[in-house]
Design a protein around this ligand. Sequence first.
Ligand SMILES: Cc1cc2nc3c(=O)[nH]c(=O)nc-3n(C[C@H](O)[C@H](O)[C@H](O)COP(=O)(O)OP(=O)(O)OC[C@H]3O[C@@H](n4cnc5c(N)ncnc54)[C@H](O)[C@@H]3O)c2cc1C
Ligand SMILES: NC(=O)c1ccc[n+]([C@@H]2O[C@H](COP(=O)([O-])OP(=O)(O)OC[C@H]3O[C@@H](n4cnc5c(N)ncnc54)[C@H](O)[C@@H]3O)[C@@H](O)[C@H]2O)c1
Length: 476
Amino acid sequence: MLSYDVVVIGSGPAGENGAIQASFLGKKVALVEKEAVPGGASANTGTIPSKALRETALAIQQARNRDAHGIEFRVSETVTVPELMGRRGLVTAREHSRIRSALNRAGVEQFRGVASFQDPHTIRVAVPDGGEQDLHAEVILLATGTRPFHPPQYAIDNARVYDSDSILMLDRIPRSLAILGGGVAGCEYASIFAALGVHVSIIDSKDRLLPWLDAELSTAMQDLFALAGIDMYQRTRAMRLEPGDKDVLVTLKDGSRLVAEKVLVAAGRIGNVESLNLGAAGLKATDKGLLEVNAYYQTAVPHVYAAGDLVGFPGLASTSMEQGRVAMNHACGGSRTQTLSSLLPVGIYTIPEVSGVGDTEEQLRARGHEYVVGKATLVGNARANLIGEAVGFVKVVADAHDGKLLGVHCIGPHASELVHLGQAVMSHGGNLNYFVEAVFNYPTLGEAYKYAAYDALEKMRERTNVRSIESAAAKK
Ligand SMILES: Cc1cc2nc3c(=O)[nH]c(=O)nc-3n(C[C@H](O)[C@H](O)[C@H](O)COP(=O)(O)OP(=O)(O)OC[C@H]3O[C@@H](n4cnc5c(N)ncnc54)[C@H](O)[C@@H]3O)c2cc1C
Ligand SMILES: NC(=O)c1ccc[n+]([C@@H]2O[C@H](COP(=O)([O-])OP(=O)(O)OC[C@H]3O[C@@H](n4cnc5c(N)ncnc54)[C@H](O)[C@@H]3O)[C@@H](O)[C@H]2O)c1
């Protein structure tokens, strides 16, 4: 048996970064990955491949928007989805070599095979050639991620009905696509396929798309989806899917029906725990195959940590990588912060992008916190107009009394980048004056912050005026 301070299972964002963090803290680290390539869902099946397809769809849409006189953009009827993910191969290959060399540089020993517990400190690796290798570990980090959940009522045959992994293997662009589930994956694929010229329908059980977003953002996103020709069926579910020769008949809860050439089931994800033999470590997963952890990412068995998608919401690569680092920093006595930042941005790569960080208006109202809102639309932004994407807005939410920035919510081109400026100001306790006093490059999308801040300051002044008029009236 080989002995390590730390054994990490899974080489996705959580596992990769957790292993490197532990190694930087002087620990002897092994990482076990069952696939031939590292990177997990992020590099191989989810984040990067879907974003590669999105870049193609976006380029087509941008070309249409930029008045390319006399040039018509149409997706060929014979092109496959993998062919449309133009830079996927390059980006994924670079991710693989980046991860491998980062792990090698950090001195992390890598094992290929399926890992499972033999006892709370022993991990058995079943290697592809049929052999086995036992690893003893003082600390274990579980970062085995999730896979698409297949609701039992839908038969995913990868011929007419797909999940969020297999949809990327489509052998041609369908005429129409019905998406079951309006979560992040459903929304991103809806706008990508709509931009590729597909007639898209979303069927979702919730009142509004992505209800955890600031309400104004999700409403704006829905409005833009409607403009893009996406049909929305909300507060309902698909009860039955009946694939025919050419199309699938989808029956909704109220008995109404729609027909689509292909169906994408994007109804959430389920944890990869089956192969881990968690019982041998004294652990049990939830019904969704997730593990419960404390603020330091320790499971019920303190030397066994879990991070990334395996611990549930928000289930993002961005957060997963930080969770892995934070967990191993705690386990290995590192001096960096041992808990996750409370300022977690979310970036949704619809067309256009949607991104937010900090408090939403709904959260502030629920806490009785007095706030003001300032907004700058991108229709009035020179850079947005230059790039032919003058849609959306930057919205700042600030304390009504001292203007401290509490939240930033954007929709529009590069929203997932734009949000970082607000995030930086917030994490340093900054207020609206920062944006008013700062000089921004021009023309940029970022200068929209200045006009959003002016708008919010105006609202603060109005509130003060109203209060002084009220108090003067009360004195009379
Ligand atoms: C379509 C789609 C788009 C997405 N887009 C984004 C995005 O734009 N931005 C973002 O931040 N997030 C995005 N995500 C989410 C992101 O992919 C995940 O949050 C992230 O990959 C989770 O990382 P992880 O390390 O927890 O797990 P994973 O990346 O799932 O990695 C887990 C690894 O563990 C391995 N493994 C599992 N079981 C074992 C075992 N028993 N032994 C050995 N190895 C094992 C797996 O092979 C895998 O390599 C997207 C997801 C999807 C599905
Ligand atoms: N940009 C990003 O960060 C990004 C992009 C894509 C995916 N992801 C991650 O991938 C994961 C998977 O995303 P997802 O969208 O599949 O899951 P999800 O859990 O976010 O959303 C699933 C949605 O489907 C609905 N639903 C479930 N069953 C249904 C049914 N039978 N009929 C109608 N609606 C139904 C739910 O109400 C929910 O709105 C999430 O963790 C997400 O954060 C992230």
